[in-house]
Design a protein around this ligand. Sequence first.
Ligand SMILES: [Ca+2]
Ligand SMILES: [Ca+2]
Ligand SMILES: [Ca+2]
Ligand SMILES: [Ca+2]
Length: 419
Amino acid sequence: MRVAHLLKKYREKINPPYHNKSDLIVLIGTIFILVAIPLTTIAVQRSREPTGLAVAGTANMYLSPASQSVNQNTNFTVEIREDSGSELVNAIQANLTYDSNKLDFVSVTTSAAFEIEAETFGSGGIIKIARGTITPKSGDQLVATITFNPKQSPGATSVDFSANSKVVSSIDNTDILATTSSGTYTIVDPPPTVSISAPTNNSVVSGNVTINATASDDIGVTRVEFKLDGAILIGSDTTSPYSINWDTTTTSSGSHSLTAEAFDISSSTVFTINVTVDNEPPSTPSGLTATAVSSSRIDISWNASTDNVAVTAYEVYRNSVLIATIATTSYSDIGLDASTSYSYFVKAKDNEGNISPASSTASDTTLKLGDLNNDGFVDVVDLSILLSAWETSDPTADINSDGDVDIVDLSIMLSNWTF
Ligand SMILES: [Ca+2]
Ligand SMILES: [Ca+2]
Ligand SMILES: [Ca+2]
Ligand SMILES: [Ca+2]
């Protein structure tokens, strides 16, 4: 009411022009009142507002992932995140410490949520990241992503929040950071890889054998050990190609395991194969017989030998000279001279070349030419036998051993006729 009255008086006074000094005073006073009243109202209203209490929330700052296994010398990343719930924030200060004996700081990558970079520092065990945004954010937000490189120092190490980390409310610029969660990272030294390239798994070996292994590691293979049956050290090699000689004759024949164990500075890896050692020859062939079949052929036969693995062949000797290597237990020796004595023995072999002792010797004498019944005479009895076998392949009547009993055999018989 006072204002309206003054305005009315003002209009009466100044409707124009000013007549005296008192009119100007009224005018100035009126303007002062017009300005002072709203300002006073605003001031009173402001004095009644609760300061600071508009920001009741709290924020959490944490690392993600909170834990993980990481390979030495292989970069890994950790996210710095904050969660302010429903509160709007516009600035983040994340201060971290890490063990510089375990981790190397590599880099920080930006966050879309806090696009303004105020500070980025990482070195010597300390990381300081300060970021802001002109568009305040609530809820869970990525602040920055840190890349570390683990050193060759296996074991667990932590990355911790340190003093003066802050999450700043955009409403009244106060720090609402309440809790922080650190991260724990386990540095792993990847073990070597190893395999045996020779001999092959489940093979049969004998004599001197070369064992070859291939091995590799992220840092380096320090050695490869070769063991028999998981316990007996055969040998060790520190340089690639990893290889040793193994004298199998010092080992019992039969089934064995062979392992190659590759070591790096902190662990090892084993690769195993199975082999059969065979330094055992087959048993001595027994029961050898030699039988003259004709004037040019003697048949021999014997009993089969046995072996710890397998008999693969027999060697046939005539008069101590090797004449055949065969897989069967009988042999026909042809092309011999008539009326001549021959002696035989055989030996058995396995696949590894182990050879049995010689069998006992068996001998016989080829028949006289044309004496088919072996009675010492070439006469009508032999002629009868030959004619009975005419145009057959009967070995006894086939005097020249050409596969046919024919006129040529008859001619030979007549030439040797006993008178
Ligand atoms: Ca390694
Ligand atoms: Ca054998
Ligand atoms: Ca006769
Ligand atoms: Ca003939």
